[in-house]
Write a protein that binds this ligand. Structure first.
Ligand code: SF4
Ligand code: SF4
Length: 189
């Protein structure tokens, strides 16, 4: 396994990622157990093992534009199976914050809008209202019929109901407290 081959700024990047994520990336065995169990690993994303390999090899630009960490759903399968307990979700968060700070355009151009709508839905209704969130996203990105076929398939299976879009839902005080705590933490940074 090729490690620490980048220039000094790229070595700084590796150390930075280890410090920010709290993960011992130098212990990675490149065994691929994480990728084998990751629900979003695919030829397009490459999977968590490849993402870590890029960071270890000092490939900062590749790592920061890799779609893998955007797609991470923080399911924890990687850390559960990893022989050295590397949590890729923590790494994905560190990469996300670094890319945002350095003004790197996300691989999914509208991802910030989707994230914003997702969080607003959770804050307002106590959970994400999928249909409403996706419908709003499609309208705001001028693509109202996007993924319509998948939506119809999910409705036929009863996974989502068309009336969900109109139901008000209930605000959850506990969820609101979590949002307030995160906001106050950010203000203090
Ligand atoms: S499972 Fe752990 S050790 Fe194996 S490649 Fe993934 S992060 Fe590295
Ligand atoms: S936490 Fe992220 S990287 Fe790890 S298995 Fe789940 S989706 Fe994949």
């Amino acid at each position: 396994m090729l490690r620490l081959t980048g220039n000094s700024s790229e070595r700084v990047f590796l150390n930075d990622m280890m410090n920010k994520s709290g993960q011992r990336l130098l212990e990675c065995l490149q065994c691929g157990k994480c990728t084998g169990s990751c629900p979003v690993a695919s030829p397009e994303t490459g999977g968590p093992r490849q993402l870590i390999a890029q960071i270890l090899a000092g490939m900062k630009d590749h790592a920061l534009t890799n779609p893998m960490w955007w797609y991470c759903v923080s399911c924890g399968s990687c850390v559960t199976r990893c022989p050295v307990d590397i949590n890729v979700y923590e790494l994905a968060t560190a990469l996300c914050e670094t890319a945002a700070r350095e003004g790197i355009t996300p691989s999914e151009r509208e991802i910030h809008l989707f994230e914003d709508l997702f969080l607003k839905s959770v804050r307002k209704y106590g959970r994400v209202k999928e249909l409403r969130t996706v419908a709003l996203f499609n309208l705001m990105t001028m693509n109202p019929l996007k993924d319509m076929d998948k939506g119809i398939a999910l409705m036929k299976k009863g996974a989502i109901g068309p009336l969900e879009i109109f139901r008000a839902g209930k605000k959850d005080d506990k969820v609101e407290r979590i949002f307030k705590r995160v906001e106050s933490t950010r203000e203090g940074e």
